[in-house]
Design a protein around this ligand. Structure first.
Ligand SMILES: [Zn+2]
Length: 501
C-alpha cells in the first residue's frame, strides 16, 4: 500500500516534468532483457516430495533475503532484488525477464521483474506485487528492520507484509504450479514492480504506459489491498472475512499557492500571502462533503451485517437508508474515520510552506491538499469546488496527481474462484467485496480493462495489519506457507469457475 502523504515533495507539475526529463532508463534501455535459463545459484530444485512445511520455510528464507536487499523508496534501488527474484524464477525453469525502469540521473538502478508460467489460451492471470518499501526507523524496532531475522515463527522486517511477502508468495505460487506438472488453462504471470510507495508512475505506471504489450492477453489480476482478516466480528461470532477489494478511492492531490505583499514582517499588511492562505485553509478544514453510498460500499456493509454488533445489523443491511434516517447511527458510523472515508470525499491539509525566516513576509505561501474522491468523481470538478469555496483570486490551485477511480465487477470467474476456495477452507467465512480508502497499483490495470482485485489469500489479524508502514512489521512463517497453497488453489479454481464445471 502507498502512504497517504507520498509524493508531497515532488512539487508542481512543471518540476515533476523536469524531474522526469532528468531520469534515465537503465543500461538496457526500454528493451526487455530475457535472462538465460539455468543460472548458477539454485536455492532449491523442484522436489515433488517436499511438504508444506518446507514450502513455508523456503518462503521464509527467500523473504529474509529480500528484506536484506534494502529498497526504501526514495530512492528505491530495486534492481538488485528484481535480479535476485528473476534468478529464482529461472532456476526453477520459469521464463523470466528483468525490465529496466526510469531512475534519477546518478541514482540507483531500478527495475521490475516479470515471469511467466505458460498454460492454455484462456485470459492470463497476473499476480502483481511491488519491490520497494517505505522507510523504517531502526531505533523504534525490536529487530533490525533490514535484517530479515527469522525468530519466534515470524520473518521480521520492513516489507514482510507490504509487499515483499506478497512477491515471495506470488513467486512460489508459480514454482508450485510448475512443480505439479499439471498445466492450467491460462498463463500465470508474475510481476513485481518498483516505485509503488511513491505513486507507481515510474513502476507499474511506466509499464502500463510504455509497454502495454506486456499485458496483452491478461484478463485477471490479483494484488495487495485486500485479504483474509482473522478474528474479525464480535466476541461470539468470529468467522474469517475474505475481503476482495474491487475499487479504491481516487487521489486528487492539489497545491494551493497564495500570493501577497512581501516585505518586512514588522509592518504587517492584511494582504500578505500567509494569512491569505490560512484563511482559505480554515474554510477547507470546515467543509463537510455530502454523504454518498456507492453500490460497492452498500454491498460491503450488507455482507458484514451478520457479524456487526447486534444494534447495528439492521443499519448495515441498508446503509444509505440508515445514514439518512437514523441520527444516532449516523454519528456512530461517521465517528469512525475509516468508515467516514468510505461514504464521502475527504480532504486533508498536509504540506505547508511560508517564510524561511521569522521576520519575513514571503511573496508566496503554499499548502498541499490530499483529497480522496469517491468513484465517479473527477479531480478537476473537485478543484473547481475548492476554488469556489475559498473565493480568493490571489490563490491558484494546481493539480499534482489524480487518477480516475474505476471498479472491477464482482461478477467474474475470478471472484467465484476465490469464493469456492473460501467455502472449502473455512465454510463460515464471509466473502466481502470492498472499497478501500487508500490506493495501490491496481488502478493502472483497471484502466487497461483487466479485472483487478486487491486480494492476497493470507490471514492477518488487525494487530498484525497495523504494523504495515509501522513498527515491527512481520509475517508468520505459517501464514506464508498457507497463502501460497491457497493462491495455487485459486489459480486452479479459476479454470473450474471459467469452464463452469
Ligand atoms: Zn504495498
Amino acid at each position: 500500500m502507498s502512504p497517504s502523504n507520498r509524493r508531497g515533495q515532488r512539487g508542481s507539475r512543471g518540476s515533476s516534468e523536469r524531474a522526469r526529463a532528468r531520469r534515465r532508463i537503465g543500461a538496457g534501455g526500454v528493451l526487455v532483457l530475457a535472462l538465460a535459463a539455468g543460472a548458477a545459484h539454485a536455492i532449491w530444485p523442484f522436489d515433488r516430495d517436499r511438504g508444506d512445511r518446507d514450502l513455508a520455510q523456503t518462503a521464509a528464507s527467500l523473504l529474509s533475503e529480500a528484506i536484506q536487499l534494502r529498497t526504501v523508496n526514495p530512492p528505491g534501488d530495486e534492481a538488485r532484488l528484481a535480479r535476485r527474484l528473476a534468478e529464482v524464477l529461472t532456476d526453477n525453469g520459469i521464463e523470466s525477464r528483468l525490465i529496466p525502469t526510469p531512475s534519477v540521473e546518478g541514482g540507483p538502478e531500478r527495475a521490475a521483474v516479470w515471469g511467466r508460467l505458460p498454460g492454455g489460451d484462456r485470459p492470463a492471470l497476473l499476480l502483481l506485487s511491488h519491490l520497494d518499501t517505505v522507510p523504517a526507523d531502526a531505533s523504534e524496532w525490536s529487530a533490525d528492520p533490514f535484517g530479515g531475522e527469522i525468530r519466534d515463527g515470524f520473518v521480521w522486517g520492513r516489507g514482510a507484509l507490504d509487499a515483499k511477502g506478497v512477491a515471495v508468495t506470488h513467486l512460489l505460487t508459480l514454482v508450485e504450479l510448475a512443480r505439479s506438472g499439471q498445466p492450467l488453462d491460462r498463463d500465470v504471470i508474475f510481476l513485481a514492480t518498483p516505485d509503488e510507495e511513491t505513486g507507481g508512475l515510474d513502476g507499474a505506471g511506466f509499464l502500463a504506459r510504455e509497454q502495454p504489450r506486456l499485458f496483452d492477453g491478461v484478463g485477471y489480476l490479483l494484488t495487495e489491498g485486500g485479504g483474509i482478516q482473522a478474528n474479525a466480528g464480535t466476541e461470539n461470532e468470529r468467522p474469517e472475512i475474505w475481503g476482495i477489494t474491487l475499487t479504491e478511492k481516487a487521489p486528487c492531490w492539489l497545491e494551493l499557492r497564495a500570493r501577497g505583499r512581501a516585505g518586512h514582517s514588522s509592518s504587517p499588511t492584511p494582504d500578505a500571502a500567509v494569512p491569505r492562505l490560512i484563511a482559505a485553509l480554515d474554510r477547507i478544514r470546515r467543509v463537510e462533503s455530502p454523504i454518498k453510498v456507492s453500490d460497492e460500499v452498500a454491498e460491503m456493509f450488507r455482507r458484514l451485517a451478520p457479524i456487526a454488533p447486534e444494534w447495528d445489523r439492521e443499519a448495515f443491511s441498508d446503509l444509505a437508508g440508515a445514514l439518512e434516517r437514523d441520527d444516532a447511527f449516523r454519528r456512530r458510523f461517521l465517528d469512525n474515520p475509516g468508515q467516514n472515508a468510505l461514504v464521502r470525499n475527504t480532504v486533508s491539509i498536509t504540506v505547508l510552506e511560508g517564510a524561511p525566516k521569522t521576520n519575513v513576509a514571503p511573496p508566496i505561501a503554499r499548502a498541499h491538499l490530499d483529497a480522496r474522491l469517491l468513484p465517479g468523481e473527477r479531480c478537476e470538478d473537485f478543484a473547481r469546488s475548492i476554488g469556489k469555496l475559498i473565493d480568493e483570486p490571489e490563490i491558484e490551485i494546481e493539480e499534482l496527481l489524480s487518477f480516475p477511480a474505476r471498479a472491477s465487477s464482482a461478477d467474474s470467474p475470478l471472484y467465484r474462484a476465490i469464493e469456492s476456495v473460501a467455502a472449502r477452507h473455512s465454510p463460515e467465512a464471509l466473502v466481502v467485496p470492498r472499497m478501500i480508502g487508500g490506493f495501490t497499483d491496481a488502478h493502472w490495470f483497471r484502466e487497461l480493462g483487466i479485472v483487478s482485485y486487491g486480494f492476497v489469500p493470507r490471514a492477518v489479524s488487525a494487530t498484525e495489519a497495523s504494523r504495515v508502514h509501522g513498527i515491527d512489521e512481520r509475517v508468520r512463517i505459517e501464514t506464508l506457507g498457507r497463502s501460497i497453497a491457497r493462491m495455487v488453489e485459486i489459480a486452479r479454481s479459476l479454470d473450474v469457475a471459467e469452464r463452469g464445471f
